[in-house]
Design a protein around this ligand. Structure first.
Ligand SMILES: C[S@@+](CC[C@H](N)C(=O)[O-])C[C@H]1O[C@@H](n2cnc3c(N)ncnc32)[C@H](O)[C@@H]1O
Length: 276
């Protein structure tokens, strides 16, 4: 009998333990693609040899790389037009008013993948809120995947990635041509602090944020782990902090401390039943 079903089961368990990731029975292609990627990157002769090494030392960085490779890193610039309009027209102006004494804005792009969300935020701020020029503005761009955070740190995006959501006018203003694509300018990079961070960790050492984006990541977890993660996020938020999830995601029936808020047809969540 083939060994494949056995190691699928092992990888599923490992991903659940380490990152709370749910890999369904129908996602064997995700396991195959992830293992093939790590086998090539780490120079193993076969997937079996790779699995043997992981099983021998499940606490190794190799094991964590295997878990990271099971994640889906799909993202794009200015993904979901409603969000960027709501941030520009309502959420950021309200937060700026609220924080005008401290002159500081702490933003968290949790599960940022290759960083397009964080760079979209930085561009939105630079383009629309010149008054923030002399504030302390920081965007923590975190993800469980080291590879994604290395990419975010490099701030280099291919022609194809730029074609997915980045208007030419903004590309010309904020990026310059380099080998392999376009690199974001220092005026954006200075706002962004890339950081490897596993949302499944038991306690996240983070400051309080004024705005949290955790889009398209909760979908990968079961209800119990969603609840744990939302609880951890709540601990890093002020009562007024907007929490923005992916278009199909909600805290309803998962974590009761959040209320659903809206701005037009745009939905977000907050610990306080009061709009910012
Ligand atoms: C589909 S991408 C979403 C990217 C971006 N937020 C967006 O909506 O465009 C999901 C990201 O969640 C990250 N992720 C999965 N499990 C995680 C965990 N336990 N902790 C932190 N990030 C995780 C993956 O590495 C991946 O980059």
């Amino acid at each position: 009998m083939s060994e494949r079903p056995k190691y699928f089961e092992y990888i599923r368990k490992l991903a659940k333990e380490r990152a709370h990731l749910e890999i369904g029975e129908t996602s064997n292609h995700v396991v195959d693609a992830g293992l093939a990627h790590i086998r090539r990157a780490r120079g193993f002769n076969s997937v079996e040899e790779l699995i043997d090494n992981v099983q021998r030392d499940p606490d190794s960085t190799l094991a964590m790389h295997v878990v990271e490779s099971m994640t889906t890193n799909e993202t794009s610039f200015f993904r979901d037009a409603h969000l960027w309009a709501a941030l520009r027209e309502h959420l950021l102006p309200a937060l700026i008013k609220l924080r005008k004494t401290e002159r500081r804005l702490n933003i968290w792009s949790a599960a940022t993948a290759s960083g397009q969300e964080a760079f979209s935020l930085a561009i939105l701020i630079r383009e629309n809120f010149p008054e923030l020029e002399d504030w302390r503005v920081g965007i923590i761009a975190s993800d469980i995947s080291r590879e994604m955070i290395t990419r975010t740190r490099s701030a280099i995006y291919s022609e194809h990635e730029m074609s997915r959501g980045m208007p030419e006018r903004l590309r010309e203003r904020y990026f310059h041509k380099v080998d392999g694509g376009y690199q974001a300018s220092d005026s954006l990079r200075n706002l962004i602090q890339p950081q490897v961070l596993n949302l499944a960790q038991s306690s996240l050492l983070l400051p309080k944020f004024d705005l949290v984006l955790a889009r398209n990541v909760l979908i990968y977890f079961d209800v119990e782990n969603k609840k744990k993660m939302l609880g951890q996020m709540a601990a890093c938020m002020h009562p007024w902090t907007p929490l923005i999830l992916g278009a199909g995601e909600t805290t309803l029936n998962v974590e009761a401390s959040f209320s659903e808020m809206d701005y037009g047809s745009f939905r977000f969540f907050s610990l306080e039943n009061r709009n910012v």
